[in-house]
Design a protein around this ligand. Structure first.
Ligand code: PMP
Length: 470
């Protein structure tokens, strides 16, 4: 058995509470007005989240004035950090002349042209307000195009809050990520669509095994199912998208995050023949309205952000991320902490195990208590990463701040070394993780909770939100 010793974690929690008094007060008030004191599951962690009041570049500050290096960047969407000059200027310039119209606007055409010019899978694009809505739309398009209902998804994958994907259902066939044989067997001629991420994002930045994605794409094509590649996170990692880098030709591409320049957005793109099913000019076309679809702010900000994210910028960002990943691993080794870093482009995850997980089930076997301890320790050291262990870089982060992040990890690892308690004789964390993985069911992503809640009104009895997606 493995766990977190009460003493050191209690010390971390006490120090955290002492440093974040205003955030604690805010949480107690928020619990009266917002269920669980929040309005976005992923922002909740225990004992309560710090309340961020401002951000500049790669730095954020909380209500108590504590400063953090932001390596979360609103879960990959702020690829240029906070208050990026070209975005601020473009949005400020358009504010006085209208932000949303019940009509087409030139800003939509501009961003659409940038996207179709840049991402080979996208001949046409339709904007939504979130990645979730993009998934919902892709599902409707796939069902309309094929006349079928079933979908194949991967355990631990996140495509937004789409009930049939996130909760499952009679038409959903979940398959283990990186298990090509299981996937190929599941994708038959009753399947409308296969939804897959180029790497498992919220389940642990778990890379796809070589050939895995192309096998799925090939099988989908063979049986006439729509191959939906979710690039909501991964779009930032290659100049023409990850699909181009991998030579994939998805039927539909899901986009979001960076194409809104920090404002709400999502999009579905694909070949004209498929996308035309959503055309209002077409008799029987799928209706897809949204009051804020294509709003001027998101379109304008997205265009400014994308224009600044060219090939050299992406190369630089990915190089910095690779370097940081290596440094974090070396730091962990020096501290005697079993850890490895997985990475795709500028998105990384620190796993408290020596062997990188290959699917959500393996990632879920790493004790959540250890992850929570590391997260809290990082906050105390001024590093703002995701509670689940992921981080990503923005172009705003320079060498000085990267060094601060590395030092922060070094000190945080030192803080949690005593908190990670192993039972006598069980020094092999990987073995322990593997054994736990075998105990965890194929679709059971539950984590155990090390800290008592400050307020008992948030109870995650199903465990579903113990490690929510971003
Ligand atoms: N797909 C992926 C891969 C994501 O990471 C996310 C959000 N983290 C979504 C879809 C949903 O996007 P949104 O939060 O904008 O609804």
């Amino acid at each position: 058995m493995s766990g977190v010793a009460a003493g050191p974690v209690a010390d971390l929690t006490a120090e955290y509470a002492a440093r974040t008094i205003r955030s604690g007060d805010h949480h107690r008030q928020a619990c009266r007005h917002l269920p669980g004191g929040e309005t976005r599951s992923v922002t909740m962690y225990q004992p309560y989240p710090v309340v961020l009041a401002e951000g500049h570049g790669a730095l954020v500050r909380d209500l108590d004035g504590n400063e953090y290096v932001d390596v979360l960047n609103n879960y990959t969407s702020l690829v240029h950090g906070h208050g990026f000059g070209p975005v601020v200027e473009a949005v400020t310039a358009c504010l006085p002349s209208g932000t949303a119209f019940p009509a087409p606007h030139p800003a939509q055409l501009r961003l659409a042209g940038m996207i179709t010019g840049r991402y080979p899978a996208v001949q046409q694009v339709r904007f939504t307000n979130s990645g979730t809505e993009a998934s919902l739309l892709a599902l409707r398009v796939a069902r309309s195009a094929t006349g079928r209902r079933r979908i194949v998804t991967f355990t631990g994958a996140y495509h937004g809050g789409v009930p049939e994907i996130i909760d499952g259902g009679p038409d959903t066939v979940p398959v283990r990520y990186n298990d090509a044989d299981q996937a190929v067997a599941a994708i038959d001629s009753s399947v409308a669509a296969v939804f897959v991420e180029p790497f498992l994002g919220s389940a642990g930045v778990i890379p796809a095994a070589p050939g895995f994605l192309s096998q799925i794409a090939g099988r989908a094509r063979q049986v006439g199912a729509v191959f939906v590649l979710d690039e909501v996170q991964s779009l930032r990692n290659a100049p023409n998208g990850t699909h181009a880098a991998l030579g994939l030709e998805p039927d539909l591409l899901l986009m979001g995050k960076i194409i809104g320049g920090g404002f709400p957005v999502g999009a579905v793109g694909g070949r004209t023949a498929l996308m035309d099913l959503t055309s209002a000019a077409r008799p029987g076309g799928l209706s897809c309205s949204g009051t804020f679809n294509g709003n001027v702010i998101s379109m304008t900000a997205g265009a400014a952000a994308l224009a600044a994210l060219d090939g050299p910028a992406i190369g630089e960002l990915n190089g910095r991320a690779a370097d940081l990943g290596r440094r974090i691993e070396a730091t962990a080794a020096r501290a005697g902490i079993p850890a490895c870093v997985t990475r795709d482009g500028s998105i990384l995850e620190v796993h408290l195990t020596e062997r990188a997980p290959t699917c959500a089930e393996e990632a879920a076997a790493i004790p959540a208590a250890w992850e929570s301890a590391l997260h809290l320790a990082l906050l105390l050291e001024g590093v703002y990463a995701a509670p689940r262990g992921s981080l990503n870089l923005s172009t705003a982060i320079g060498h000085d701040l990267l060094a601060r992040v590395e030092d922060g990890y070094a000190r945080a690892f030192g803080r949690i070394r005593d908190a990670i308690a192993l039972a006598p004789g069980q020094s092999d964390v990987n073995r322990s993780a593997k054994e736990e993985a075998e105990k965890v069911g194929a679709d059971d992503n539950r984590r155990h909770d090390p800290f008592p809640m400050v307020h008992g009104d948030y109870q995650d009895t199903a465990g579903r939100f113990a490690n929510p997606p971003g």
